[in-house]
Design a protein around this ligand. Structure first.
Ligand code: FES
Length: 141
């Protein structure tokens, strides 16, 4: 079950998650349209400000998807991304914001089904939380 009013962003490493999403599309594996995919060179490219800015702009949920452990093409980009996501979650708790709105995932380029599953899982979770409270009055459609 999805809420079509939700907007999520999935920052996907081009070497794995983005390719998995592309494969899912090619195989016609359905995943929620609420998830907007942004291709990035490596999950390690994500910094806290990009994620926080997305939330500030009213995005309901942010996914960061990188290569499997030890498969990052830049060695430790996915490890650094995981640490950043954990730091953001701690910060969100401190400011009274649901930390579940940001999640990190790891997958390979062949994991089209897993990509679809993680997108559905995230949309369902955000659906339970409801819209980003920062969106109210700012980016409402
Ligand atoms: Fe994919 Fe670094 S190259 S997470």
């Amino acid at each position: 079950m999805t809420d079509s009013d939700l907007r999520l962003v999935a920052y996907c490493c081009e070497h794995c998650a983005y390719a998995a999403a592309d494969l899912a599309g090619g195989l016609r594996i359905q995943y929620p349209p609420e998830v907007n995919i942004v291709q990035i060179p490596c999950s390690g490219k994500m910094d806290e400000l990009i994620i926080l800015r997305a939330l500030e702009d009213g995005v309901d949920g942010v996914m960061v998807a990188g290569c499997l452990p030890r498969d990052c093409h830049y060695l430790e980009g996915n490890v650094n991304a995981q640490k950043r996501v954990e730091r953001i979650k701690e910060l969100l708790v401190q400011i009274g914001f649901e930390p579940e709105r940001v999640e990190m995932y790891n997958l390979s380029s062949a994991m089209a089904n897993k990509f679809a599953e993680m997108a559905k899982e995230m949309v369902e979770k955000i659906s339970t939380l409801g819209p980003n409270p920062l969106r109210k009055g700012k980016n409402e459609r």
